[in-house]
Write a protein that binds this ligand. Structure first.
Ligand SMILES: *Cc1c(COP(=O)(O)O)cnc(C)c1O
Length: 228
């Protein structure tokens, strides 16, 4: 089932890339394996996927200990300060940095681990109350400025979660806003900020149209999640 799902997903990505004149080679699939186990991860790994996303430290660490660095781990969940050390230990990328406090804690712990931690700043791009992320552009600029000074943090991009809605225009404008913010950072002289982590199972095609470079896909690969 997972191999079929991945084949179908890749076809849909290729088709959308063709339609929107994008190169599929510049789009990374991050298989969001939260709530799924080692067997499912291995099954996706055997289809060639190497990037996996987890949103909770308690789940990431045992999987990291079992599978190690053959996988590029992405931390995509809300990060509390006391969990930063787990994310820094295991993750190649931390997508969900939404405050200066967390960014500086990452810098501190990455230095202790002799590591330069790749991060993305998570932006709130819709007025949905439930979504976390940085709210104001001024705050984004401020945090990005600090990140430039941090020796053990490499700010590589921006991340967002679109509103949960059927209204495709709202989803589009959320993604477009993120892309504009990235472009603006580049124009202001921030170099190396290229990644746009946006698009999930229900909206990844729209995200591709709007310039996503990292898709975070769970259910389209692993099936419906069962929470217990
Ligand atoms: C769970 C999750 C995803 C994947 O969701 P699907 O709808 O299953 O593709 C992507 N991003 C974040 C931050 C998540 O928590």
């Amino acid at each position: 089932m997972i191999p079929d799902n991945i084949r179908i997903l890749r076809d849909r990505i290729s088709k959308k890339c063709l339609e929107s004149s994008r190169d599929p080679g510049e789009i990374k699939i991050i298989a969001v394996s939260k709530n799924f186990g080692i067997n499912e991860i291995n099954s996706a790994f055997n289809e060639g996927l190497r990037d996996f996303g987890e949103n909770r430290a308690q789940e990431l660490i045992p999987k990291f200990e079992e599978l190690g660095n053959k996988i590029n781990w992405h931390f995509i969940g809300h990060l509390q300060r006391n969990k930063v050390r787990f994310a820094v230990k295991a993750a190649e990328y931390i997508h969900s940095v939404d405050s200066l406090l967390i960014a500086s804690e990452i810098n501190r712990l990455a230095a202790m681990n002799d590591k330069v931690q790749k991060i993305l700043l998570q932006m709130k791009t819709s007025d949905e109350e439930t979504k976390s992320g940085i709210e104001y552009e001024s705050e984004l600029l401020d945090i990005a400025g600090y990140c430039r000074e941090f020796k053990n943090v490499d700010l590589v991009g921006l991340m967002t979660i679109a509103p949960f809605t059927d209204d495709i225009e709202k989803i589009k404008s959320s993604f477009r806003y993120l892309r504009n913010l990235r472009n603006e950072l580049n124009e202001k002289g921030f170099s190396g900020i290229n990644e746009l982590s946006m698009g999930m199972t229900l909206d990844f095609e729209t995200a591709i149209e709007e310039g996503a470079t990292m898709l975070r896909i769970g259910s389209a690969i692993f099936g419906e999640r069962i929470y217990n």
